[in-house]
Design a protein around this ligand. Structure first.
Ligand SMILES: [Zn+2]
Length: 228
């Protein structure tokens, strides 16, 4: 049998009209999917700093990214990473991956031998109203308010896990171009009251505690975001 185009169109219209109202509602927007971008800083020819163990920063950040990715995936959260291996990736590429993912949380992960606990950074860009065409280098400006809220949730979860936190704002090339609630964090040694190091930034048990706190924070941020 041959159907003319107009007959098909008429059939389609009639079919839709016959459906109950609820069935005609649009499916949930793709943005309803909660996506987290994990950016293991440095990599490839960019080793980052060097840790006391002799391990380069790039290796410690990838290890933390892998731990956190598996914790989030186990909780049913979609994760996109900027790297899965020892690859050189420039800041623009990192931001492009994050922006393509339309993420609800973007975390840029660093490691450092100086300081203590976790150093948490939000972009130092001044907040602006979102515009249709945001400048690439300052795309984060439209998201700074949400990013500060994210930093607050991360701070609480880390403190709750007994991890010392330093909050700051900084100009960060990859994060400043990200169009998502974003924070950079640097895992520094854990120190006792006398300042002596009790866990290095690449200590697996310490990384697991930090990753656990970060995963809890992401879940908390998601539940806050879904409130009307
Ligand atoms: Zn770094």
């Amino acid at each position: 049998m041959h159907w003319s185009k107009s007959a098909l169109a008429a059939l389609a219209t009639a079919g839709l009209a016959a459906l109950p109202a609820a069935a005609q509602q649009a499916p949930p927007a793709p943005s309803a999917r909660f996506v987290v971008v994990l950016d293991a800083a440095h990599g490839g020819s960019d080793s980052g700093g060097r840790l006391a163990s002799g391990q380069p920063e790039k290796t410690a950040t990838l290890a933390l990214s892998v731990r956190l990715r598996s914790l989030l995936a186990a909780r049913g959260i979609a994760v996109v990473t900027t790297r899965e291996s020892d690859a050189t990736i420039d800041p623009n590429r990192r931001a492009a991956i994050a922006n393509h993912a339309a993420a609800q949380v973007c975390l840029s992960l660093h490691a450092s031998e100086s300081g203590s606990g976790v150093h948490l950074f939000a972009s130092s860009l001044a907040p602006v109203q979102p515009t249709r065409f945001a400048a690439w280098k300052t795309a984060q400006a439209a998201w700074v308010t949400r990013s500060l809220a994210l930093a607050g949730v991360l701070n609480s979860a880390l403190l709750h896990a007994g991890i010392n936190v330093t909050l700051d704002r900084s100009s960060l090339p990859a994060v400043d171009s990200m169009a998502c609630p974003a924070a950079a964090l640097e895992i520094a040694p854990e120190r006792g009251p006398d300042g002596s190091i009790t866990a290095e930034p690449d200590d697996p048990a310490y990384q697991a505690r930090v990753a656990g706190a970060l995963a809890a924070a992401v879940l908390e941020f998601r539940s806050e975001a879904s409130k009307p």
